[in-house]
Design a protein around this ligand. Structure first.
Ligand SMILES: [Zn+2]
Ligand SMILES: [Zn+2]
Length: 149
């Protein structure tokens, strides 16, 4: 398979029970087949850490504005979209095989974004709480309702 970003030959990388295709010594991008990205993410740190250390040639600068072709499906163009509602990282997805292309550094940024979102979610109160004055008001309304025949 050829790298969709710099046309280097992709090499297979086995990490734990996953097999991904990486542009080792090229642009440092990673190809995930359908659902592999989610599964790698569920596997916690160890798997991701290794994927964050792919050797790349610093002289290769990829053109992220160019339409890329899916390395698996001949003639199918990858679609660029944001990886989450926070809209910080753009990833390329194949509309045909549902695989993903991540440029060097994007996996790290997706992870950072996830941690950020988890922290933000944990800050939000889980149950809506009523202010004491609201509770007092509701008691008064109830009491009045009972008095009226
Ligand atoms: Zn490449
Ligand atoms: Zn494809």
């Amino acid at each position: 398979m050829k790298c969709p970003a710099c046309f280097n030959e992709l090499s297979e990388l086995h990490v734990s029970k996953f097999r991904v295709d990486v542009c080792q010594g090229g642009c440092g991008g990673i190809w995930f087949d359908a659902f592999e990205l989610q599964r790698v993410d569920e596997e916690k740190e160890a798997v991701g850490e290794r994927l964050l250390e792919i050797q790349r040639d610093e002289r290769i600068i990829v053109d992220t504005t160019r339409k890329r072709e899916c390395p698996r499906c001949a003639g199918v163009k990858l679609m660029r979209h944001f990886s989450s509602p926070k809209r910080q990282v753009e990833i390329d997805e194949c509309p045909n095989c549902a695989g993903y292309w991540l440029d060097a550094g994007e996996l790290g940024r997706i992870r950072q974004e996830k941690t950020q979102m988890a922290v933000e979610a944990s800050r939000k109160p889980t149950k809506p709480t009523l202010a004491p004055e609201t509770i007092r008001y509701l008691y008064r309304v109830q009491a009045q309702n009972r008095k009226t025949p």
